[in-house]
Ligand binder design. Structure first.
Ligand SMILES: C[S@@+](CC[C@H](N)C(=O)[O-])C[C@H]1O[C@@H](n2cnc3c(N)ncnc32)[C@H](O)[C@@H]1O
Length: 392
């Protein structure tokens, strides 16, 4: 089996030759986002795609437009709560192929040109030029007036307190590079990646940053010896930047993940890092490097805590099934033939043993009083689950 894209392997190997073994997070950063050869940054070979039914994995928006439609409904409710600001800004980060944006914008247009769609401004934040090109191909076809849709490369391009409206992402922080650690005699050690001339090799070394221990300390976690897991420091920085950018409005984060208690509990003692290739998962990050996706489950407790520290308060935490039900999915699917493929696709997103419960929805607010949101009508089993446990 190939160890990966030849020029990417060369680039990673030469960085290791120059600096010594690199933290796994750096390896993952290069594998996914090396500017020329990374999995997300390299234009797909002709006739192939990364995300989609013929790609390596699919997301909710490949299945059915109801998630985009539900987000549009939630945005309209927020618009009302904010007093119909002009512009009402929607920022979507990590938009993949742009399908969710397409569904969102189509849902906004499907009513007559009302005041909301005229005040709507849509900003897509995408770090990969190849993904940006795909999004533009999918979106610049009269869905929205030219000038009302824009792209930026990073969240830093948005000014502090510049967004009045909605910030959202689907499957974004799971795609951030993660540090991998192992507990050894009560101390954390970090997994580094070395190269022996033919393949990548793991080495355990002292942590590359004190932020790794601080992360666990903030969660009040003490992990047993031998425990292996991931720490997503980029998600911490990201949440702080999201909070900074919002003046008044909501942040909605949809992704697979858990509360810290579950993510760092005994059931996941080997971590959650997974690779996706051709709709199959594997646990081999050192093969097909740059040719397969890599991802780790999201720690929603940390997103909640970091948000709170920056004035972005938890409105609620639910799952995709409950979010869609609160926003009227039953009405949306009522006209579909229960035996037909469209109905089956929509139900796929709701399935309690599948995407309906695997995907969680964290909603946070800033600059407004805690709102009562349709998307949070059903909060099945979470309660105060996101709260960090205090020391015994
Ligand atoms: C797993 S895909 C998400 C797909 C998409 N949201 C959907 O629903 O189909 C992750 C996307 O996030 C982008 N991305 C990853 N890190 C990013 C960052 N720091 N800033 C902007 N985009 C990022 C990737 O290039 C890719 O387009």
């Amino acid at each position: 089996m190939s160890i990966g894209h030849p020029q990417l392997i060369e680039a990673i190997a030469s960085e290791i030759a120059a600096s010594g073994p690199i933290p796994f997070a750096r390896f993952m950063e290069l594998a996914l986002y090396n500017p020329q050869f990374g999995y997300y940054t390299r234009p797909p070979e002709s006739g192939t795609e990364r995300i989609g039914w013929s790609g390596d994995f699919y997301t909710s928006s490949d299945v059915h437009p109801i998630l985009g439609q539900a987000l549009a409904k939630q945005a309209r409710q927020l618009d009302q709560l904010l007093g119909h600001p002009d512009p009402f800004t929607v920022v979507e980060m990590g938009p993949g192929k742009g399908l969710l944006a397409k569904h969102f914008l189509s849902a906004c247009r499907s009513r007559e040109q009302d005041s909301f769609s005229q005040r709507l401004r849509y900003v897509l934040i995408e770090r990969s030029p190849a993904m940006r090109a795909l999004q533009q191909a999918n979106l610049l076809h009269g869905l929205v007036e030219p000038g009302r849709i824009t792209w930026v490369e990073s969240l830093e391009s948005l000014g502090a307190d510049s967004v009045v409206g909605l910030f959202f992402s689907n499957e974004l922080p799971d795609a951030f590079p993660v540090h991998r650690i192992q507990v050894d005699q009560g101390q954390i050690r970090e997994l580094y990646v070395d190269y022996d001339g033919t393949r990548f090799i793991e080495r355990l070394q002292p942590p590359s940053s004190p932020d790794l221990q601080d992360y666990l300390t903030r969660l009040n976690l003490s992990l047993p010896d031998g425990y292996q897991t991931e720490i997503n420091l980029d998600a911490v920085r990201w949440m702080a930047q999201v909070a900074r950018a919002i003046d008044r409005g909501l942040a909605i984060t949809i992704d697979y993940g858990h509360t810290a208690q579950d993510l760092y509990g005994p059931d996941r003692a080997k971590g959650t890092l997974l690779c996706y290739y051709s709709q199959m998962t594997n646990e081999e990050p050192y093969v097909r490097v740059g040719q397969q996706d890599m991802t780790a489950h999201v720690d929603f407790s940390t997103l909640a805590t970091v948000g709170e520290d920056h004035g972005l308060h938890v409105t609620g935490f639910t799952n995709q099934m409950s979010f869609l039900m609160g926003l009227g999915v039953e009405e949306m699917i009522a006209h579909m033939d229960p035996e037909g493929p469209e109905f089956r696709a929509a139900i796929h997103l709701l399935r309690p043993e599948g995407m309906g419960r695997t995907f969680k929805v964290l909603i946070q607010h800033k600059g407004i009083a805690a709102p009562t949101l349709d998307g949070l009508t059903f909060k099945p089993f979470f309660g105060t689950a996101l709260a960090v446990q205090s020391a015994a």
